[in-house]
Structures are given as structure tokens and as C-alpha cells.
Design a protein around this ligand. Structure first.
Ligand code: GCB
Length: 581
């Protein structure tokens, strides 16, 4: 699916603004901002705690000038499940909150007509959704105190009251979180474009159209000068003396592919670069690449998980400030605008499906596989052309040691699917949690090994000598595998402004000491090709005894003020970049 575009052939009407809103069981309409999570837009406790369906409503109009075209309602992301109605009649639905979908309106609403658009968004999470939730209390943090009759009775009451908690450590922000647009295209139009560039300058293309006719593709350089062209629905062309897309601090050079088909035209920026794994090295354009940059969340005050271009720009500039060159879209595909920005700014992305909370799937008996495959397919279809995406992550922290064979049988087909679906066949990974790595049959089979480890925090807490000793022992084990390994999460909750002459847990000094200790271990190992601290910024979670106003492992506060650890990494990564020069 192509990102909606406004150009000489296509027109967009952005539906952002204030819509009407109500809880399904409640008659009264109130107002809500779109796009944004609804959860922080009111002090009414239901906004944060309610599990169920909310209804959004607005009036839409099809411009009279669209006669002879086709028009669609394009949703970039409605969490988690959506049902769409026009003038009271269902016209479409979508499962999953982090990927786009569209509904054709031609024939349903004529040029010059207006209609009432309603969107029902269901935020419930359970064993059939990605991410995964649990019906009843104490899903992620907190002790279950099994067997105590009064606590068990309390849990039953929670279930009766429909308490629904995440099996993951971020707030379950929901609603219409990404743009909604009316998109008009010519009657015969370009449906999809797939580019497979090679560093030789050869670019394979494939265009899918609605209708038949001549297709022309032109490649423009960054100054808009045509440098190559081709004709037909697919083929191969050659860009002479190609300039490569390089990660920051290199130059992320972008070309534009301009496709014309009848009256339609689509322009797609793309980069020419090669991603390859050789032994235990991860190569971009043949050069060893070291991943260094904190994992992120889509999370901020007021907007929740809602798209905020100003926040995205600020975050990317803070990545540059820190000399960070990458992030993982923990734990779901982000709004596509962020990938477009990273293409331009040279920030490398490991693109992750919303398969988080999978530890709760225990023996993999939930029949999630087909849906998971669909989400993976859709994510690759959306992001396949972005040069910033260098690897696919199938998910985060599933159980892989207890039911080791079942885990492999679940994940291996997804691994193969990712390779089949991606025209660029990027490396595939699955992010492993801290469990018994010696029993794991899955994580070691990935192209790129990503492991989350909390030595010195969740285990061996506060004892960095023991943490280093244990981490080194584990690294000895991974070294034998001969694959590139990235430490894809490690971190310590830190209360900004809490200091101590002795570096104890939760102080800014401990966060720095923790990272210094881990860096010592990482720097000894050439097969460790990356470090992704957890997390870029403090972020919202659901309530729990281990979360004081959210997860505090940010290098920055939630309002993007650096803690001491941000300065630590700024220095470390600047030196790293200088050495790599
Ligand atoms: C993890 C999870 C991440 C959590 C983090 C933590 O392993 O992948 O979602 O937020 O630990 O801080 O506990």
C-alpha cells in the first residue's frame, strides 16, 4: 500500500481536528482530538482504564471536483480493532492498531455529497491480539500471590469487572492515533511500487496498477535531474555512478522514483544501499556497521502514542546530538512519517511487529500464527522501500526456553515468510528475553541475534561486579555461534535528579555506572555489533508496584531532558564514530 500523496494527479483531504467521541455504552457525545490517543485527553478515569469500544464521529464531504476519480478513506492506524460506518452502515473493518488500511468510498459517497463517518475503536487486548493482553489483573508486574483465598477472590472480581491489562510494559494507548485522510486518485491508478536497488546502480522495479496502460518510471537525483528511466510494469534500470544511502554521520543520499501511468503519477524517495551479513559482521554498503542508539516508544505527554511530527523531529535531532545512529521500533511498527524522516536523516531502523507479551503465550497454543503472519506481511508491504529499514524483528521477548521446540516451530515459518515477502531479503531477527539461552532453539537461528539483558537491574540487582561476571559468561556462549549479536535492551530505572555519592539503584550515578559496566563487557567482543540502551526516554506504562509514574529507564525524561546517562552515551558514541572514520 502506498503512503497517501498529494501531487498533480492525486488529492488529499486531511481529516485531522476535533471529532465527536463517546464510550459505546454511553449516549452522550463529547469532543476529542484526532490523531492522538484519547487516553490522556480527559480526567475522566474511563479514558485511561476502560476496556471496550469507543465511537468517533465526524462529517466528511467529497469535493465536487473529484468527479471521474476514485476516492478512499485512508487510515494510518486505529488501535486496536476498528469498525467503520458511513451514514450508519458498516463499510469496513480492520484488525490491529499499527498498520494502515483503506476503504474505497467511490460509489458510496458521490462528489458534492456529505456523510457521517463513524469509527468504532476497540482497545481490548487478549490472546488473539498483537500486542497481547490478559483478561483479569496483574498481567505484567506485581505478585499474583497464588493460593491466598482473598487475593484469588479479588482477582475473580477483577475478571467480572472486565479488567483488561497488557502483557507488556507500556501504556495501552489507543484510538485514532494516526492520520485519517480522504484520498482521491485518477480512475485508473498506481496501486503499489516495489523497488530493489543494488549498489551497482541497478534498480529492479515492479508497479501494480488498477487498469491497464503504459507505465513509465523515471529516476531523479536529489536535485530533481532525471538520471535513468524505464517502461513497463516491471524491469530493471541502471542509475549511472550511483550515490549511496549511508547511515548517519554519512550522507543518506536519496533518489526519487517517479512513476507515471495514464493520468496518475506517484513519487517515491528511495536510497541505494546494500545490507549484508558476513560471518559475525553486519555490513552496510560493504562496511561494518555498529548499531548504537536507544530503543524508542511512540510516547509523549498529551498525545500518548499519537503522531506528533514535532516530537519526531525533536527525537531525531536528539539522536544526532547523542551520535546515535539507530533504533528499534520497540514494540510495534511506528507511524510511517518516522521512517520517512529516518530515510532523510540517516537513522537506521530495526522494524518490529507488535508481537509483544508473547511470553504469556507459554506453549504457543493460542493459534496466533496466521494473524501474526498477516501482520508481518502487512508491515513488510508498507516498509519494504525504506532504505532506513535494515532488518525485520518478528517480535519481542517470547518464551523460547521452556517450550523450546514449540517456539522454534512457531517462529521459524515467520522467519522464512519475512525473507520471502521482502524483495530486498533483509536480515531477520527475533528479540530474545533473558532466559536460559542454553536451551533456546530459536534465537540462535536468526540472521542477526538480538538479546535483551538486565544483569545488574532485574537480576544481580545493584551489584555491577556480579553483573559483569555473569554477562561475560553469557557472551562467551554467544561468541561460539559466529553470528553478529546486538544487545537490544539493557537499562536501569533512574529518577531524574536523584543523586548519590554512592551509585545506588535509581540514582543518575547508578545509571551511568551500569552502562559503564556493560560497555566494558561489550567493548571486548568484536561479534557484538551493537548496543541499544533501554530506553531513549521515560515512558508511560500501566500502574504497578514496579512503576512509579511509568518506566524510568529513559536516557531522557519524558519531556526530553537529558539525564547524566545521555551525556555519557553522547561522549561514548562520538568517540566511536570518530574511531570508525
Ligand atoms: C523488557 C521489555 C520492555 C520493558 C523493559 C523493562 O525486557 O522488552 O518492553 O519495558 O524490559 O524496562 O522492564
Amino acid at each position: 500500500m502506498l503512503y497517501p500523496q498529494n501531487n498533480g494527479s492525486r488529492t488529499l483531504v486531511d481529516l485531522s481536528g476535533i471529532w465527536e467521541f463517546r464510550f459505546q455504552e454511553d449516549e452522550a457525545w463529547q469532543r476529542i482530538a484526532v490523531p492522538a490517543s484519547y487516553n490522556d485527553q480527559s480526567p475522566d478515569p474511563r479514558f485511561r482504564a476502560k476496556a471496550g469500544t469507543v465511537v468517533y464521529r465526524t462529517r466528511i464531504a467529497v469535493p465536487a471536483a473529484w468527479r471521474g476519480m476514485r476516492w478512499f478513506l485512508c487510515f494510518d492506524g486505529v488501535a486496536h480493532n476498528a469498525r467503520v460506518l458511513l451514514n450508519g452502515t458498516e463499510i469496513g473493518s480492520h484488525r490491529g492498531g499499527f498498520l494502515p488500511f483503506e476503504i474505497e468510498l467511490t460509489g458510496r459517497l458521490a462528489p458534492g455529497e456529505t456523510g457521517v463517518l463513524e469509527v468504532e475503536a476497540d482497545n481490548r487486548i487478549n490472546h488473539s491480539t498483537l500486542p497481547i493482553g490478559v483478561e483479569g489483573g496483574n498481567a505484567f508486574f506485581g505478585s499474583d500471590n497464588p493460593g491466598i483465598p482473598s487475593v484469588e477472590a479479588g482477582k475473580r472480581l477483577q475478571q467480572e469487572r472486565g479488567i483488561n491489562l497488557p502483557a507488556f510494559d507500556f501504556f495501552n494507548y489507543t484510538g485514532i492515533q494516526r492520520p485519517v485522510r480522504l484520498c482521491a486518485v485518477p480512475a485508473e491508478y498506481i496501486r503499489d511500487l516495489t523497488l530493489t536497488p543494488r549498489i551497482s546502480g541497478e534498480v529492479d522495479w515492479r508497479v501494480e496498477t488498477e487498469g491497464t496502460g503504459d507505465i513509465r518510471i523515471e529516476i531523479l537525483d536529489a536535485d530533481g535531474k532525471p538520471v535513468a528511466e524505464g517502461r513497463g510494469a516491471q524491469g530493471s534500470l541502471r542509475v549511472p555512478e550511483p550515490r549511496l544511502w549511508e547511515p548517519w554521520p554519512g550522507t543518506p543520499y536519496l533518489y526519487t522514483a517517479r512513476v507515471t501511468f495514464g493520468e496518475d503519477c506517484y513519487e517515491l524517495p528511495f536510497g541505494i544501499r546494500e545490507v549484508r551479513i558476513e560471518g559475525a559482521r553486519f555490513l552496510i554498503n560493504g562496511k561494518p556497521f555498529h548499531f548504537h542508539g536507544p530503543c524508542k516508544h511512540e510516547d509523549s505527554a498529551f498525545h500518548g502514542r499519537g503522531l506528533d511530527p514535532c516530537l519526531n523531529m525533536t527525537d531525531v535531532n536528539l539522536y544526532h546530538w547523542m551520535h546515535a545512529n539507530c533504533f528499534r521500533t520497540s514494540h510495534y511498527p511506528y507511524a510511517e512519517e518516522m521512517y520517512q524522516l529516518c530515510d532523510r536523516e540517516g537513522i537506521v531502523i530495526v522494524d518490529e511487529t507488535p508481537a509483544v507479551g508473547m511470553w504469556a503465550a507459554e506453549d504457543y497454543g493460542w493459534g496466533l500464527g496466521d494473524y501474526h503472519a498477516q501482520v508481518l506481511r502487512d508491515m513488510i508491504a508498507r516498509d519494504k522501500n525504506h532504505p532506513c529499514v535494515v532488518a525485520w524483528s518478528l517480535g519481542n521477548e517470547p518464551g523460547t526456553d521452556t517450550f523450546a521446540r514449540k517456539a522454534y516451530e512457531y517462529w521459524h515459518p515467520l522467519y522464512e515468510l519475512a525473507h520471502r515477502e521482502d524483495p530486498q531479503s533483509r536480515p531477520v531477527t527475533l528479540v530474545g528475553c533473558q532466559n536460559d539461552y542454553t536451551k533456546d532453539e530459536t534465537i540462535p537461528t536468526m540472521d542477526l541475534v538480538l538479546i535483551n539483558r538486565y544483569y545488574g537491574w532485574y537480576n544481580l540487582s545493584g551489584d555491577l561486579e556480579a553483573a559483569k561476571y555473569a554477562f561475560r559468561m553469557e557472551l562467551d556462549w554467544w561468541e561460539k555461534l559466529g553470528k553478529p549479536v546486538v544487545l537490544s535492551e539493557y537499562g536501569a530505572d533512574t529518577v531524574a535528579g536523584l543523586h548519590g555519592a554512592v551509585a545506588e539503584m535509581f540514582t543518575e550515578e547508578y545509571q551511568v555506572a551500569f552502562y559503564e559496566a556493560m560497555s566494558e563487557c561489550l567493548d571486548e567482543r568484536a561479534f557484538v555489533v551493537g548496543e541499544m540502551p533501554w530506553n531513549f526516554a521515560d515512558f508511560a506504562t500501566c500502574q504497578g508496584p514496579m512503576r512509579a509514574g511509568g518506566n524510568r529507564k529513559g536516557l531522557f525524561t519524558r519531556d526530553r531532558r537529558p539525564k547524566m546517562a545521555a551525556h555519557y552515551f553522547r561522549k561514548r558514541w562520538e568517540e566511536m564514530d570518530r574511531r570508525a572514520d
